[in-house]
Each structure stands twice: as structure tokens, then as C-alpha cells.
Ligand binder design. Structure first.
Ligand SMILES: C[S@@+](CC[C@H](N)C(=O)[O-])C[C@H]1O[C@@H](n2cnc3c(N)ncnc32)[C@H](O)[C@@H]1O
Length: 505
């Protein structure tokens, strides 16, 4: 029965491949930073062994392999067609640290060994029910001590509403024989229902209209797989924690780490959450409060020691990237609190000579990250005598921790690979070079996906393999339709690519 289910799944993905994209929240460095804040001691992710289960076409694990050249990455997926696509592209990008395997997770017996990061994105909810515990077991079996597991899944109670839409679309698809016809029938049924209830003032009509708008934004392959797959299970958080524990895993944190802190919600919600001391109880109640539809949970081995509460202690072992920009003209030496604004528009007031000096240094380095120790050395000169006391250092860690929990700055376990200024013979992310040959969407070294609007950037990116200087790049760019000299266009494009985190040298 289950092998027949797998064969059905495989043929679905072989015939309509899933257009996966890299996902920043899965990056081993990011997971390690979160775990550090929660009191764990993950290893050096620059040399990480990384396993992705159900990797699809390998876009995520390939982007990780490119961003961590010292890592050893393995991806496994049921669909040979998707794996063949990924393998060909990884070879074009020269990713010798990536191996993609066409295979079934059911057959994993541990011979692949242990990994510092195990990723299963978009897998758990889309497999037959008898696979659920197999996935937890595979995650645990392949997780090294201090290893980190990222597991995403459709979540309750938010998915209850989507289930209404899914049931409607599946019923409408009936006996349609092709994927395209199934999706077309499903879409038509949803349109019909949404149109029919559109004049109603009811909450239900609003919910259906919202769901229809969501579905309209999705491509056919996305609707076919995410909504109309034969298997789609949404999980209550407590159930996931229980299954994890049964397999020998403990919940550490959500990958959307700022979602875990009550202060980030309206006051009444925050007050309710603050009254729930237990982390699992609190997360469970939060799902109801925000009607959560999707979770990305981080697990470690059950015997991993964690702090009782997350806190600033781990920040001193991390690197910080902060785009917090001073709002006033005054320099860091001006007395009193100073306003800083984050890239997302949120403003905070910062006081203390060390804190202000640190934010100025971080802003100058942005988007590069500075290790906490290095930041202290840099700021040492600009704070008054005695300004680097243990108390002020603890104060800086507390400020950075607080900004992190609000999503205003980034923390990294290791300095990301990218450089802002291109070298004499510029080198770009090898994975992005291959992507740029195929289309306008490229992935940077932090695993963000960008639409490259600039023609010069798109033409140049594949050429940035370290063999060409600026003169050769200008020649390759040629005249084009732009009236500016080619050398100037090269300089502008390199600045943009550098700012986007796409350059290695
Ligand atoms: C929804 S897709 C997500 C793909 C990828 N993780 C992404 O986010 O782009 C689910 C993937 O899981 C794979 N899969 C399902 N069951 C599997 C199994 N038993 N063994 C290996 N891969 C499996 C499918 O082939 C498919 O590529």
C-alpha cells in the first residue's frame, strides 16, 4: 500500500516538478545562531555535514553548498527526474561538495552517517501518514550530537480553513487524468464558490475570498502540489513535539525566532502569552492566537543541554549584522539616547557610549557581520576610559539580544562568505551564476532569492568566475542599449551584486 502511494507521489513530481527555491531559514549558520541564543553549543557550520530530506530539485541544498564551500552536503528525493535536474545544475556550478541521491527516505538505514544539520522542508505534510514517524526517525538517526534539525509542516488550527478549500478543489478534480486538468477544475470550483458568496457579509465569505486571492497568486505546479497533492496533513504543534520526543528529538525554537517573543504582539495577546510559563504550552496557545498555518521548527537530540530561557549570553559567541541606521546627525559621542531605524522601519532609542559606538561600526560594515569580540576591539578606541567594563559589555549583549528578538538585526554563527566590494577579478556565488544563465531569479550567499532587474548584472553574473578583470568584463558586456560606457556599467553592476550578497571575491 505505502509503496504504491510512493509510486504515485513519484510520478506526480516526475511529471510536474516542484519549483523549489532556497530558503534562508534552513541555512545551517542561521539555525546554529538561533540554537546558540537558546543555550546550545552547535559546531562550526563552515565545515558542516548537511542532509536535506525530500530535497526536490535540490535548489535549497545547492545554495547551501555554494555558500559553505567547506561543507559536505547530501540531498535525497524520491523523484529521479527532479534529482537529474538538480545534479546537472550542480555540476554546471562546480559544486563538488554536493551529492544528490534519487532514493526513498524509507530505505535510509544510517549508512549515510550523521550530519550537523538535517533539513526537511515541505516534506512532512506531503507524504502518506505511515511516513510521518519514519521522517522523525530519519531526522534523529542522521543527527550528530549538537546537530540541528529543521522541520517544516502545515500547522493547525490555521490549516483547517485551507482544508475547506482543498476538499472543494479535490472533489471538483474528480477523475481528471492530467495534472493540468485537475488544477484547472479545482480553480474553477473555488472561483464559482467565491463568486456565489461574494455579496454575503458573513465572515465565511471573507475567508473564502481571501483563500481564492491566495490561490490566484500561485502557479499551477504550486496549486497542484501544495494544495491538491494526494497527501496533505496539518499538525497540531503538540503532536509534532510528541512525535519528535518519541523519536529522541527535543524542540528548541521556531526558525521564525521573533514569532516566539510575546513583546512582538499586541499588548492583550502579549499579556496572555506572558501568563503561560511553559514554552510548549505557550507556542500551542500562540498558534490559536495567530491562526498559524505553517511552522518551521528546530529540533536537536533529546539529550542536548539548553538554557532554561533564551538570553543574551550566547550573543558574545556570535557575529552580528545590523542595518540599524542613526536617525540624527549626531555622532556616537553625542550625549544621551539616540534614535536608530532598522531596515524594516522600526525605530529604537539607544543609550550608552559602547552601545552607540557598536551600532555605528555595525552600520558601516552592513550587510557584513562582525563577530562580537571583533566589535568590542573596534569600539574600544571610541568609548571613554572604563567604558568597556563587564557591565557595559553585558549591556551591549543585552541590547543586541533584544534587537534580535524583535527581528531588527541578524546573528550569525560564522561570518557569511560574501564580500561587498568586488576584487580585481570578481568571483560570484557559483550557484547564482548558473541560475543567472537560466532566468532572472538568483540566490545570494545568505539564501535570499532576488529578481535581477538589471540587464548588466544578469549578463555579468555568469562571467564572474575569477578569470576576468574589469576591462575583460566591460568588453564582454559590449555596447548594449545603455548609453553609459561599459566600464561604468560594470562598476555599477558590481556594486549592486556586492550589495545583494552575491559576490565571494
Ligand atoms: C512539496 S515537495 C518539496 C520539495 C523541496 N523540499 C522544496 O521545498 O522545494 C516534497 C518532496 O518530497 C519528496 N518525497 C516525498 N516522499 C518521499 C520519500 N519517501 N523519499 C524521498 N523523497 C520523498 C517528493 O519527491 C518531493 O520532491
Amino acid at each position: 500500500m505505502s509503496m504504491r502511494d510512493d509510486a504515485r507521489l513519484q510520478s506526480g513530481y516526475d511529471s510536474l516538478p516542484y519549483h523549489g527555491q532556497a530558503r534562508r531559514k534552513t541555512h545551517p549558520d542561521r539555525l546554529a545562531a538561533i540554537a546558540t541564543v537558546f543555550g546550545a553549543r552547535p559546531g562550526d557550520m563552515r565545515k558542516a555535514r548537511v542532509l536535506e530530506l525530500g530535497c526536490g530539485t535540490g535548489d535549497n541544498i545547492a545554495a547551501i553548498a555554494a555558500s559553505l564551500p567547506g561543507s559536505a552536503c547530501v540531498g535525497i528525493d524520491l523523484s529521479p527526474a527532479q534529482i537529474a535536474m538538480g545534479t546537472a545544475r550542480a555540476a554546471r556550478a562546480g559544486l563538488t561538495n554536493l551529492r544528490l541521491i534519487a532514493g526513498n527516505i524509507r530505505d535510509l538505514d544510517g549508512t549515510l552517517g550523521e550530519f550537523d544539520t538535517v533539513i526537511a522542508h515541505g516534506l512532512l505534510s506531503w507524504v502518506p501518514p505511515d511516513m510521518h514517524d519514519t521522517i522523525f526517525a530519519a531526522c534523529r538517526r542522521h543527527l550528530a550530537p549538537q546537530g540541528l534539525c529543521y522541520l517544516s509542516y502545515n500547522a493547525l488550527p490555521g490549516w483547517h480553513v485551507r482544508q475547506v478549500v482543498r476538499d472543494l478543489m479535490l472533489a471538483a478534480a474528480g477523475d481528471a487524468t492530467s495534472e493540468a486538468e485537475r488544477v484547472a477544475r479545482g480553480r474553477a470550483a473555488l472561483d464559482q464558490v467565491a463568486d456565489a458568496v461574494a455579496d454575503s457579509e458573513s465572515g465565511y465569505a471573507k475567508v473564502i475570498a481571501e483563500q481564492r486571492d491566495n490561490v490566484r497568486k500561485l502557479s499551477d505546479w504550486h496549486v497542484g502540489h501544495d494544495l491538491m497533492e494526494p497527501f496533505n496533513t496539518a499538525f497540531a504543534f503538540r503532536d509534532v513535539v510528541r512525535r519528535g520526543a518519541a523519536a529522541g528529538l527535543r524542540f528548541v525554537a521556531e526558525a521564525s525566532v521573533d514569532s516566539m517573543f510575546p513583546a512582538n504582539y499586541p499588548e492583550k495577546v502579549a499579556a496572555l502569552l506572558r501568563d503561560i510559563p511553559d514554552l510548549i504550552d505557550r507556542e500551542e496557545r500562540l498558534d490559536v492566537l495567530i491562526n498559524r498555518t505553517f511552522r518551521e521548527s528546530i529540533f536537536m537530540r533529546a539529550d542536548t543541554a539548553l538554557a532554561a530561557e533564551p538570553g543574551p549570553a550566547g550573543v558574545v559567541r556570535l557575529a552580528i549584522a545590523s542595518g540599524l541606521t542613526p536617525e540624527s546627525q549626531a555622532g556616537p559621542d553625542a550625549p544621551g539616547p539616540q534614535p536608530f531605524r532598522a531596515p524594516n522601519g522600526v525605530q529604537i532609542a539607544v543609550d550608552g557610549a559602547l552601545n552607540k559606538a557598536a551600532l555605528f561600526h555595525l552600520r558601516a560594515a552592513w550587510p557584513r557581520a562582525l563577530p562580537f569580540e571583533e566589535l568590542l576591539l573596534m569600539t574600544g578606541a571610541s568609548v571613554p576610559a572604563g567604558g568597556l567594563s563587564p557591565d557595559t559589555i553585558r549591556g551591549l549583549a543585552a541590547l543586541l539580544y533584544s534587537a534580535y528578538t524583535k527581528g531588527l538585526i541578524e546573528l550569525h554563527a560564522a561570518q557569511p562568505l560574501f564580500v561587498r566590494e568586488a576584487g580585481e577579478r570578481p568571483v560570484a556565488n557559483p550557484w547564482a551564476r548558473v541560475q543567472a544563465m537560466e532566468g532572472p531569479v538568483v540566490t545570494n550567499l545568505l539564501l535570499d532569492n532576488f529578481h535581477l532587474d538589471d540587464d548588466a548584472g544578469r549578463t555579468l553574473l555568469p562571467l564572474l568566475d575569477g578569470t576576468r578583470d574589469r576591462v575583460a568584463l566591460a568588453e564582454a558586456l559590449g555596447r548594449g542599449t545603455d548609453s553609459r560606457p561599459a566600464q561604468e556599467r560594470v562598476a555599477v553592476a558590481l556594486r549592486q551584486l556586492g550589495g545583494a550578497g552575491l559576490l565571494i571575491a
